[in-house]
Design a protein around this ligand. Structure first.
Ligand code: DGJ
Length: 290
């Protein structure tokens, strides 16, 4: 989710309608679907959404392209660079068996595309799968990515144009196998919600906290409460959205994957409450922003 000049922009994985199991992957249930590029919806109020189209188009004619439907495109995030006046997208780019483990970057003059794909890379020469982007109050931006075969989560400072890595990065949650990072800042502290690594199947979330974005990060407990909290309500963290103009109002966003029918995956959005400084995400059948 990107907030820019009064509008929320919601970017997502455009999945093909048939889900199949990739037999080339022996160790886990590698269900996959055609990668149809990245789509975008916009909203002023988070209730009413307008489809803005496919903002990063697939490359249908070149099977070697990162954007070919036979590849994997996941977890797109977009931030705005005040200096270059460009919108910069980072996303997880992978081969159909998830062995490429790269981050891709694309750029655009507007939030609604069409984005120009620049390249993929292994950040700081390290593997990169599940990822998110974070732009701090000082304008510095960071890529957070599951690295070292998903065992350790790296946080990498991007260059001023947000298109590359500076070489400054930290290794966090070493050997703890955390993925699906969703980060936010509150009262000067950084919080991150992550999942464990169980493919498309749900597991227990944990939150972590740090005084500085590059760490030291401390893993805490499960922020979820209520029915199915141990399975993150059958969801997996994807983003935390601060509601603009409301104090202390954050929405925890989760993907609810339908692993054998991925196009029918859905979303869970829940408000985050704070007990002292501890984030708590309680299940609610319904709620409103008010
Ligand atoms: C879990 C990740 O969080 C998802 O983005 C996706 O890569 C699946 N694994 C694939 O099994």
């Amino acid at each position: 989710m990107l907030y820019h000049e009064g509008t929320y922009y919601w970017y997502g994985e455009l999945k093909g309608d048939s889900t199949y199991w990739n037999p080339n992957v022996p160790n886990w249930e590698c269900y996959r679907t055609e990668a149809g590029g990245i789509s975008c919806y916009s909203s002023k109020d988070l209730y009413n959404w307008t489809f803005e189209g496919v903002v990063l188009k697939p490359e249908l004619s070149d099977p070697t392209s990162d954007l070919h439907p036979s590849k994997v495109l996941e977890r797109p995030k977009v931030i705005y660079n005040e200096k270059t006046k460009k919108f910069v997208m980072w996303l997880h780019v992978d081969s159909d068996d998830y062995s490429k483990a790269c981050a891709g970057v694309a750029i655009c003059d507007t939030p609604t595309g069409e984005f120009t794909y620049i390249r993929s890379m292994r950040p700081n020469q390290n593997m990169s799968r599940d990822m998110t982007l974070f732009k701090d109050d000082d304008g510095k931006a960071y890529l957070l990515y599951s690295s070292e075969n998903n065992a350790t989560l790296h946080i990498s400072l991007l260059t001023d144009d947000y298109l590359d890595h500076t070489g400054t990065f930290t290794r966090n949650f070493v050997g703890k196998s955390r993925e699906a990072p969703a980060i936010f800042k509150r009262n000067g502290k950084y919080y991150m919600i992550t999942s464990g690594c169980t493919g498309w199947s749900p597991n227990k979330a944990l939150y972590a906290v740090a005084d500085s974005i590059l760490g030291t990060w401390t893993l805490k407990t499960n922020p979820c409460r209520g029915k199915n909290a141990e399975k993150t309500f059958y969801g997996q963290s994807t983003y935390v959205l601060p509601i603009v103009g409301k104090k202390d109002a954050y929405i925890a966003m989760f993907d609810r994957w339908e692993k054998k029918d991925l196009i029918n995956s859905r979303y869970i959005w829940l408000p985050i409450q704070f007990e002292k400084d501890e984030p708590v995400i309680a299940w609610r059948d319904s709620w409103s922003i008010d």
